[in-house]
Design a protein around this ligand. Structure first.
Ligand code: ADP
Length: 207
């Protein structure tokens, strides 16, 4: 804590997270997608967000590329900057979760330690955190190459590219493990939605 931070005081509002979730009709939570570039995070997260929304849930997607062009525009791809990218995202995600959103984040988030910190940030605010591994073999991601990033990384035009010359630490015990090379997009979406729906339901006593 810096000397300036010692002069700051956390203030509590008069509306509790439980009350906000009761108004939303379900719990907020953080649904943290992780996976290689091209594994399907953006594609599936957009569909999960829409599916939840159409079922009447408050759902909000934080997409890695979008945040890197805005809130995180000052960050690069060194391990330190990647950690900061994830820290800021985790902070935004837990605020949204506290407000009653099923908050989906779609970031490569290659380091286990950073993902565990994101989980801890959510937990400290009483929000559940579900890690969703969007899994496809590197060879499949490279063949899909929707943004032509692997081609450019192989050509040496992009450095520190996850899977090529930067590591990806796969989750060891993800809450949901979605294999996108084996299942259609709609099947992957259904696996995640089916997992989430019972877990965001409020206990009757809270409603
Ligand atoms: P990421 O966000 O992880 O970088 P994208 O969603 O941008 O990945 O790209 C994944 C690509 O793979 C898209 O072109 C998508 O159409 C294709 N794809 C093929 N099968 C699947 C699947 N089962 N799930 C997700 N994407 C798939």
């Amino acid at each position: 804590m810096s000397s300036e931070q010692k002069n700051l005081f956390v203030s509590e509002g008069h509306v509790t997270t439980t009350q906000r979730w009761a108004l939303a009709g379900h719990q907020g939570c953080v649904v943290w997608f992780t996976g290689l570039s091209g594994s399907g995070k953006s594609t599936i997260s957009r569909e999960v967000e829409r599916e939840l929304f159409e079922r009447g849930l408050h759902a909000f997607l934080l997409d890695g590329d979008n945040l890197r062009r805005a809130l995180n525009a000052d960050l690069g791809f060194s391990p330190e900057d990647r950690a900061e990218n994830i820290r800021r995202t985790a902070e935004v995600a837990r605020l949204l979760a506290m407000s009653g959103q099923v908050t989906i984040t779609a970031f490569i988030s290659p380091y286990r330690e950073d993902r565990e910190k994101a989980r801890a940030i959510a937990a400290a605010s009483g929000c559940e955190f579900f890690e969703v591994f969007i899994d496809a073999p590197l060879a499949v991601c490279e063949q899909r190459d929707p943004k032509q990033l692997y081609r450019r990384a192989r050509a040496g035009e992009i450095q520190q590219f996850t899977g090529i010359d930067a590591p990806y630490e796969a989750p060891e015990t993800p809450d949901v493990h979605v294999r996108t090379a084996e299942f259609e997009v709609r099947e992957c979406v259904a696996q995640i939605v089916d997992f989430l729906l019972p877990r965001v339901q409020l206990a009757t006593a809270q409603v």
